[in-house]
Design a binder for this molecule. Structure first.
Ligand SMILES: *Cc1c(COP(=O)(O)O)cnc(C)c1O
Length: 484
């Protein structure tokens, strides 16, 4: 176990060697206002430079990362992020921009943002995009604010938002934040929105339905046209949670299916790193009737110059400082431009192929949540048949760590008992998928022959099983010296 750097400290040891002061110390002290200088030592660890470098390098190697191993986290699209995109986003011309620079001095960057909006509009079949939202959930909130503004301008903001029971938890949270009452529509046996149940829920008080397609079971919602018809007839809107766009790229477009608003996750579909809390980017696209409500600033093209427009009349206003997470947007722009339409389509098709390969090879060992048809870009299994050995999905996930794999998403979607959700993505080789499949098969065997091995897993990681409740309730990340 790696010691804390404070525990490695030895009084008087130094990590540097500087020449002696060649000005009187008293002169320096007089430069610092009295209230701001400390009277006691800072209490920092005293280690050599080598101790320090090696300590942090060792710590970094305890981390699991996409750069070292497969990351099959369902619903998260942990695909490969080409390093060239990192390099381009890190160019000084972008990285050293100041957010208060005049528009005239950032024409190149504005052009990239403008073209990214156009590209996303084309990919999604929408009429305009904003790049402001900082993540998917923030995109949803922006979308709900647009829905509310739209209905308010028609005289009634309406009261309800319909959300399927398979939806990501951020959907009801975003709707509730905008003051809407959340109404749940159940899924049918095949795992899709139950049309009959939906018909009974749609009325003139419904503002919007938030749909995820492919849904969180990894299934394509086939009835979007009917669903759109039902809502539009009642004057309501249809919103797409486009976090799963990776499965649709170049094959079909939300705008063509009848969606009025969509958010996409650049940090999932368009190959920018995520996890660990961001930064992300959740652009929102709309059809023509909602363009006026998009947040400001809007990028406008006027006589060959790009400018930022802060005052379209019906805008919902600002949702974020400045122009969005530009570094993330540049990475997505590079990804889109380097793959082109055909490349994006290949990415989607390969992601779907990988998921179906995995499902086909694992289904004799794990029960698929829905088995009578192919899945899209991810597949969901249920660990409920392992309960007879006293093994739960959590134990399977922990045991995978011993085999060197990150655990898939577990216990989501909520409508699948003991859910295990695997998203292999298009960027893993067949050898990697096979190695993962072999590990999963071995674990299924171990569940029968040695369930205790699973219940006590992981055995090989730097820390064993954590008390997750305590870690969440009493989060304590700070070291305090006993003296301070
Ligand atoms: C990831 C995800 C979200 C939320 O996106 P964040 O960027 O994490 O806020 C919403 N819906 C679905 C289906 C997702 O997979």
């Amino acid at each position: 176990m790696e010691k804390l750097i404070f525990e490695m400290s030895s009084a008087g040891r130094k990590g540097y060697s500087l020449p002696k002061l060649d000005v009187p110390e008293a002169d320096l002290k007089s430069l610092i206002p009295p209230g701001l200088s400390r009277n006691t030592e800072a209490g920092l660890p005293e280690v050599s430079e080598f101790d320090c470098v090696r300590h942090f390098t060792r710590l970094s190697q305890l981390n699991y990362s996409l750069d070292t191993t497969f990351y099959p986290l369902g619903s998260c699209t942990m695909k490969y992020n080409p390093k060239i995109n990192e390099k381009l986003a890190g160019l000084e011309e972008f990285a050293a921009l100041h957010p208060y620079q005049p528009d005239s001095s950032i024409q190149g960057t504005l052009e990239i943002l403008y073209e990214t909006e156009q590209a996303l509009s084309k990919i999604c079949g929408m009429d305009g995009f904003t790049l402001q939202p900082a993540a998917g959930a923030h995109g949803e909130l922006t979308g709900m604010l647009i829905v509310r503004a739209y209905h308010t301008s028609k005289g009634n903001p309406r009261k309800k938002v319909i959300i399927p029971d398979s939806a990501h938890g951020t959907n009801p949270a975003s709707a509730a934040l905008c003051g809407y009452e959340v109404v749940t529509v159940r899924s049918d046996k095949a795992g899709r929105v139950d049309l009959e149940a939906l018909k009974a829920l749609v009325d003139e008080e419904v503002a919007v339905l938030m749909l995820t397609n492919p849904n969180t079971l990894g299934l394509f919602e086939k009835n979007v046209k009917e669903i759109a018809g039902l809502l539009h007839k009642a004057g309501a809107l249809l919103y797409l949670d486009g976090a799963n766009l990776n499965a649709l790229l170049g094959i079909t477009r939300p705008g063509d299916m009848g969606f009025d608003i969509v958010h996409v996750n650049l940090h999932k579909t368009f190959s920018t790193p995520h996890g660990g809390g961001g930064p992300g980017s959740g652009p929102v696209g709309v059809k023509g009737h909602l363009l006026d409500y998009l947040p400001v600033p809007r990028i406008r093209q006027k006589r060959n110059k790009l400018t930022l427009d802060y005052d379209p009349k019906k805008t919902i206003g600002r949702v974020r400082a400045f122009y969005g997470n530009i570094g993330i947007i540049i990475r997505a722009y590079c990804y889109i431009r380097s793959l082109g339409w055909a490349g994006l389509k290949d990415a989607a098709l390969d992601a779907i192929l990988s998921a179906n390969y995995l499902k086909a090879r694992l289904k004799a060992h794990y029960q698929p949540a829905v088995d009578d048809e192919p899945c899209m870009h991810e597949c969901v299994f249920s660990g409920k048949d392992k309960k007879e050995y006293g093994v739960r999905t959590l134990d399977i996930a922990k045991r995978l760590l011993d085999y060197g794999f990150y655990a898939p998403t577990v216990y989501f979607p909520l409508i699948v008992e003991e859910a295990i959700m695997v998203e292999p993505t298009e960027t893993e080789s067949k050898e990697t998928l096979d190695a993962f499949i072999e590990a999963m098969i071995k674990i299924a065997e171990e569940a029968k022959t040695d369930p205790a091995l699973l219940r006590e897993a992981p055995h090989t990681t730097p820390v064993r099983r954590l008390d997750e409740v305590l870690a969440a309730r009493e989060l304590n990340l700070r070291w305090k010296s006993s003296g301070a």
